[in-house]
Ligand binder design. Sequence first.
Ligand code: ASP
Ligand code: MG
Length: 410
Amino acid sequence: MALIVMKFGGSSVSNAEKIKHVAKRIVEKEKKGNKVVVVVSAPGDMTDDLISLAEGVTERPDEREMDMLLATGEQASIALLSMAIKHLGWNSISLTGPQAGIYADTTYTKARITKIVPTKVHKELNSGKIVIVAGFQGLNPNRDITTLGRGGSDLTAVALAAALKADSCEIYTDVDGVYTTDPRIVPNARKIEYISYDEMLEMAGSGAQVMQARSIEVAKKFGVQIHVRSTFSNNQGTIIKGDEKLKSWRKKMEDVVVSSVTYDKNQVKFTMLGVPDRPGIAAVMFGALAKGGINVDMIIQSAPRAKYNDISFTVTKSDLKKANEILKKVKAKLNAEAVVYDDNIAKVSIVGVGMRSHAGVASKMFNVLANAKINIDMISTSEIKISCAVKQDQVSRAVAQLHKAFKLHK
Ligand code: ASP
Ligand code: MG
């Protein structure tokens, strides 16, 4: 008897019809003799709507209360889904994250899972129930419910699959799998059959919306193989697994240098102008941001002129207000000239493990952008990714040109 974790995203449970459809898919799995644990997100845009509501009440909602609010979205889904399953004549039970034994730290709104004690999940499974767990939430040491960062239901699913030693982890969504790029921008984008954790991690971190980046980190750490597939078809989707396991498949593909092009319009560039050029400045600045729980992405520091630097970096748009407040304090402390930000930027990235062994990938990317008359504002690289910040209205063109130049449609 296999134990399967199935996760359904918000668009799969956005109305009663869809919830009934999802219930049927779950029951099909159960009928085949599997034990099934389901993780589900809040219906449709409910999380966004709740955030807007909170921001209508106060400019800077208290983060503990924000978590209290946002956790309700997933609770609506689990209850409705369990009702739909019972309606089909099967036994099920809905559990909140805390009830399922998911423990998290005290970083409200972006908490990390600290441990999972799935005693109740096992107990309910053993009594023959389908267990429906609320994604995106856990219990912190203050006994508060806390959320796991946007897209956190993926993390719940993968972490539960690891804790339960599940035989498979299936992520059901409104697309067929992971694509070489966004098909809305490039109609001949291809579905990727297999992809490594490392590539998926870079893709998620550079704007691909399919899976939350942190969930891939956990999958890699615990070797959880993931199948990303459509809620609305039975087609094979994309398998995410370790690079080792992909070797023989890659050999067939020979020179796949770049496997995808991603973009992210959700970025803001901050620049701290006129910071004194002395040791420890960057540590103070980025230390303050880290303490505020803000992730920094691309960073550049200009060559010093007359003992002053400009330091630019990007953060996600949702951190704009918080970052701005922190940076104003840092500016005063460092005696810098000014803090400015620009939200008319976007990041375009190419990702592929083949970059490790091929030279000239970066220069090809820069050439493609140059030929398209697209100016590069910032650059950052990792072993398997190159990202460029460009003007927001040029990013679609950049994606299309890069997809074509690296022959990803083939
Ligand atoms: N509902 C949460 C969000 O919209 C979590 C999730 O969907 O995974 O971010
Ligand atoms: Mg999602």
